[in-house]
Design a protein around this ligand. Structure first.
Ligand code: IFM
Length: 765
């Protein structure tokens, strides 16, 4: 296996059929447009083969709308002397599957038992080009220990996994020379999807094309111990990419064949090398954390789109779970990583919300509100894909009404605040003038129209909402939601002031387009008078929502004993958590992280300690939040425990697989982003503010040092933290000096300079 190093490669030896589903996620490759599950080439739909396309959705009959899985051109079968090789433990002498994180290349090496003591060894490397998102390549080498008649058949297989499919119809094969193409149409909108493949192989092979099957069949008589190579070039386009996807896909595959494997791989590797140079985090002294964090970063990078109008679905590109939809996961849990290390990719994610603003407007209007109410589960148009009955009651078999879609209004604040934070970090006013300001104002408008003014209390309140803790639906004054809505109103004012000052023409165009009139006054009022649940004077606890304290106090472990069936949903009308204080996921604690500067440490500590034992972590979004706040509070052992839980989620595959009868397996990019946040915003204590940058580290005892880079307003910094020193190198740039606070000490750092803070003293070089 080439370049398989333990720091950078996930390796599994031996074949265990029980691991097929898990490995589909663990060995996933992707390029932001296509995700290919970590299945073996000979697998079919029963082994959950999926080549998921980002941003192309389809609805089949009255089933849930979900992303389209393209036909699988990475398929390959081998026959030896007329007999097909079987991937079963009995037929296999050795098997290794690996994923090289540094280059996003999936490899397998399998030695099959042939008759008597003879063997055949198959090695395949495959990748989805990061340089051309419509291209994938597979290189295959076969060697036998004896002379045999070999037949390799590789087709564009329509035998693929769908959860709510099928999504493709009218399959039309097409061939020209050695290039094969399978064109099809999506069921709902008739959008063409074309998958093409071309082949190159050494002259020993006799190549036949079977156009009716979109297949290449290669035959030869092998010599003992001689290696034979085949390269397959695969291209995918849909009618959303180009008016003529078949020609584009065929041209791309054929041109790739002409360029050759090495050249395509080098271009792909160059992109990955650049990505890692920005995003890698080096942890010394703790190999397990190092690998888990790199693995988390890998998953963020393979899911991030480089194409406009796309974002990162909650299960990345690992399949169709959660309808391939975009949730708040992207804005709150993934965007910080991209803002700090991949500003261009961050911009794509932000742009997605500009692109779907009209959908958010439609949703608000549908519910009788003004402004933009973003979809809880957003697909290509921004209309809500979240169903009213999202879960089935496993006891009665009846659909359960859930209110995620209707009441999880914090989504509009998640979007608005994420845009503002992206603006603050990048310093690019275009983010506001090219759509960001409009989104923020529309979100503030939505919250104003949603709020209730209580004249006797002289305050606005937000009633009938669902906060991040989805086990308690339709509550009033969820502290998190109120804080987010209030901040949305505040930034709407800030945006208006900024644009009036710096871009007056743009501001008047926008104010006119939105018919703002004197609504800014309403936003000001909301910002000032929206009720914010305060820490209680005695305990410092912030009540999660009105009446939370009246609920039965319980703990997740003992509550679990009330389950009648293991997969029961804990929330909804009759869920075991509904009447108790047990919460699904970080709620108040997330608010304290997001608005950290507004609360003293005593309040953060009291709430962390209060809510932590009551949190079930029934969402993969939860542990990282507890890690973040624990790290900030110097509860480093707790922070480490939660960091490890977050960072290893996709390695161990130990995550919830079902809610009710709903399959929710797949990768967890929000947790992956959470792992990065826990390491950098938590353990390194990095805060990139509008006026200064702060580092207040609390490294886990195991970590000898932590190194990473981050970008602020186009200027890159390199940070190295060890228990006795913080060092910041400002890389060459044309920015002014940046004020830093290193462990409480104020300093500033000019481009090309280094600043250090040692335990006892501060040195400038
Ligand atoms: O966005 C989350 C939500 O907070 C909890 N349920 C799963 C969603 C997708 O990850």
């Amino acid at each position: 296996m080439k370049n398989a190093s333990k720091d950078w490669s996930l390796i599994e030896n031996g074949i265990d059929l029980e691991n097929i589903e898990k490995n589909g996620n663990r060995f996933l490759i992707g390029n932001g447009y296509i995700g290919l599950r970590g299945v073996l080439e000979e697998y079919g739909k029963d082994q959950l083969v999926a080549c998921t396309l980002n941003g192309l959705y389809d609805k089949s009959g009255d089933q849930w709308r979900e992303p389209v899985n393209a036909p699988n051109a990475f398929n390959l079968e081998i026959r030896v002397n007329g007999k097909q090789l079987e991937t079963t433990p009995g037929e296999i002498l050795e098997h290794t599957q690996s994923l090289d994180l540094s280059r996003a290349i999936h490899s397998r090496r399998t030695t099959y038992r042939l008759a008597s003591s003879e063997t055949l060894t198959l090695e395949i490397d495959r990748f989805l080009s990061a340089d051309n998102i419509h291209l994938g390549v597979m290189s295959c080498r076969i060697q036998t220990t004896t002379e045999c008649e070999l037949e390799v058949r590789t087709k564009i297989a329509s035998d693929i996994w769908d959860i709510n499919g099928p999504h493709l119809r009218d399959f039309t094969p097409n061939g020209q020379g050695t290039c094969q193409c399978l064109q099809s149409l999506t069921i709902e909108k008739g959008i063409p999807v074309s998958v093409a493949s071309d082949i190159a192989a050494s002259s020993d092979w006799e190549i036949e094309t079977e156009s009716s099957q979109s297949a290449h069949v290669l035959r030869l008589t092998s010599e003992a111990d001689k290696s034979y190579s085949i390269y397959k070039y695969i291209s995918i386009y849909s009618g959303e990419d180009t008016p003529d996807p078949t020609s584009r896909a065929m041209n791309t595959a054929s041109q790739a064949r002409d360029l050759g494997y090495e050249q395509i791989r080098s271009a792909h590797e160059a992109v990955w090398s650049e990505r890692w140079s920005r995003s890698d985090v080096v942890i010394k002294g703790d190999e397990e954390s190092q690998f888990a964090l790199r693995y988390s970063i890998y998953h963020l990078l393979i899911a991030a789109p480089t194409k406009n109008g796309l974002s990162i679905p909650a299960r990345g590109l690992s399949g169709q779970v959660y309808k391939g939809a975009i949730f708040w996961d992207t804005e709150i849990f993934m965007l910080p990583f991209f803002n700090h290390t991949q500003p261009e990719l961050a911009r794509r994610l932000v742009d997605y919300r500009f692109h779907t603003l009209d959908g958010a407007r439609r949703k608000a209007a549908d519910y009788g509100y003004r402004g933009a109410f973003y979809a809880w589960e957003s697909q290509e148009t921004g209309d809500d894909a979240c169903t009213y009955f999202n879960v089935t009651d496993v006891i009665t078999g009846r659909p359960m009404r859930t209110y995620f879609r209707d009441k999880q209004i914090h989504i509009s604040a998640d979007v608005a605040i994420a845009i503002w934070r992206h603006y603050e970090q990048s310093g690019e006013i275009e983010i506001l003038t090219e759509g960001g300001a409009e989104v923020i104002l529309e979100c503030a408008r939505f919250f104003y129209s949603y709020s209730n003014y209580k004249p006797d209390r002289e305050r606005y309140e937000l009633h009938d909402v669902v906060g991040p803790d989805e086990y308690h639906e339709r509550v009033n004054n969820n502290a998190f939601t109120n804080a987010m809505a209030r901040y949305t109103a505040q930034i709407a004012i800030k945006v208006s002031e900024l644009l009036q000052r710096q871009q007056p023409a743009e501001w008047s165009r926008l104010a006119q387009k939105l018919s703002l009139g004197n609504e800014l006054q309403s936003f000001k009022e909301l910002a000032e008078k929206l009720y914010q649940p305060e820490p209680e004077p005695e305990t410092l606890i912030i009540e999660q929502f009105d009446g939370y304290h009246r609920l039965e106090d319980n703990r997740p472990e003992s509550l679990k004993e009330r389950l009648i069936k293991p997969n029961e949903y804990w929330g909804g009308g009759n869920g075991i958590a509904t009447t108790t204080k047990v919460l699904k996921q970080a709620d108040v604690v997330l608010m304290l992280h997001l608005f950290s500067s507004e609360y003293p440490d005593e309040v953060k500590l009291a709430n962390w300690e209060y809510y932590e034992p009551r949190t079930e972590h029934g969402s993969s979004l939860s542990p990282c939040v507890y890690a973040l706040l624990a790290a900030e509070l110097g509860k480093t052992e707790w922070a480490y425990r939660y960091f490890k839980r977050t960072a290893t989620i996709d390695l161990t595959g130990k995550s919830k697989q079902y809610v009710g009868d709903l399959y929710i397996g797949g990768t967890h990019p929000a947790a992956n982003g959470g792992a990065w946040m826990a390491a950098i915003l938590g353990f390194a204590g990095l805060r990139v503010g509008a006026q200064f940058v702060e580092l207040r580290p609390n490294l886990p005892a195991q970590w000898e040092s932590l190194q990473f880079r981050f970008c602020r307003k186009g200027q890159w910094f390199h940070v190295q933290i060890s228990p006795d020193q913080i060092e910041v190198i400002s890389e060459a740039g044309n920015d002014d000096e940046v004020p830093f606070i290193l462990d409480g000490e104020h300093m500033s750092c000019a481009p090309g300079k280094t600043i250090r803070r040692q335990k006892e003293e501060t040195i400038s070089a």
